[in-house]
Design a binder for this molecule. Sequence first.
Ligand code: KG4
Ligand code: ZN
Length: 333
Amino acid sequence: MIVLGIETSCDETGVAVVEDSTIRSNVITSQIDLHARFGGVVPEVASRAHVTMINPAMEQALQQANVGQGDLDAVAVTTGPGLMGCLLVGVAAAKAMAGALNVPLVGVNHLEGHIESAFLQEPDLEPPVIALIVSGGHTMIALMPEHGRFEILGQTIDDAAGEAFDKIARFIGLGFPGGPEIDRLARDGDPAAYRFPRALLNEPNYDFSLSGLKTAVIRWVREREATGEGFDAADLAASFQEAIVDVQVAKTVRAARDSGVDALIIAGGVAANSRLRDRMHAAGEEAGLRVVTPSLALCTDNGAMIAAAGMRKLARGEATPLDVGADPSMSLV
Ligand code: KG4
Ligand code: ZN
């Protein structure tokens, strides 16, 4: 089965062609340069850019995959959660394509797409799995007993992890998006140099809280600057990152153990973080768990994960009517 996957929920125009579990193309047009001067994604700018990029990205994805429109068996598209104007661009394009070709349309939850990226990465992986979904908008631990079924075990009670990375990066003068910048800077730093709070680490739940960490780091930096003591930026990046990673690793491994599953996956933009990937592999493997970390191109928003999730849904007979809309606050369950 050959599926075209379209993802426009935030600031990446992603279009991919996936055939069964093989990625034939995965075109990602990033808008980072457009948003960088604002220090964050501007929704109106993002939807306009999607309008400009969507048709060329679709053409490029088909061309790179060496697939004609007539070879497509279905069109999958993110219908939520995300930015309304952005989602609508992808949904309109997908409807037009599916309608014109007379093939099924399938609407996909963005978070389910992120989770499916792990199964695209390692096709022999099978549920049940525990998934840590960490992105600019979400930080949650979910149990997936089978494809398409989810139980949210815990989530952030305030900021998302990506949001915390982006805010602290901006505060210390790094570029946007901040996650990759902090990751890079932290490689030269000592994660034990400075001690920041690990909120909810020992609480008997799977929830996260990141706003206290953000405030603690900002206050600490201001104090160091006020006293003239200063700080090492790489050490700060590594110490801040470690506070986030410590809690995520401990809680995800505990969730896998408590649920009795043998595999855990990480997904979403923050799953590209090198320290999180290394620490999760080390801790998971020590606990006897299989740990799947999708490739970097599959962690950040992309069309391939949407095509893969769409294919699963079609296999379950879950095609979507052509009059579907977008749902900016769609939930996973
Ligand atoms: O999944 P994603 O591409 O978009 C959303 O659905 O939100 O995630 C984007 C987020 C941004 O906050 C970005 O800073 C973060 O993922 N991110 C990272 C890294 N790469 C991207 N955070 C930490 N380390 C990274 N290497
Ligand atoms: Zn995402």
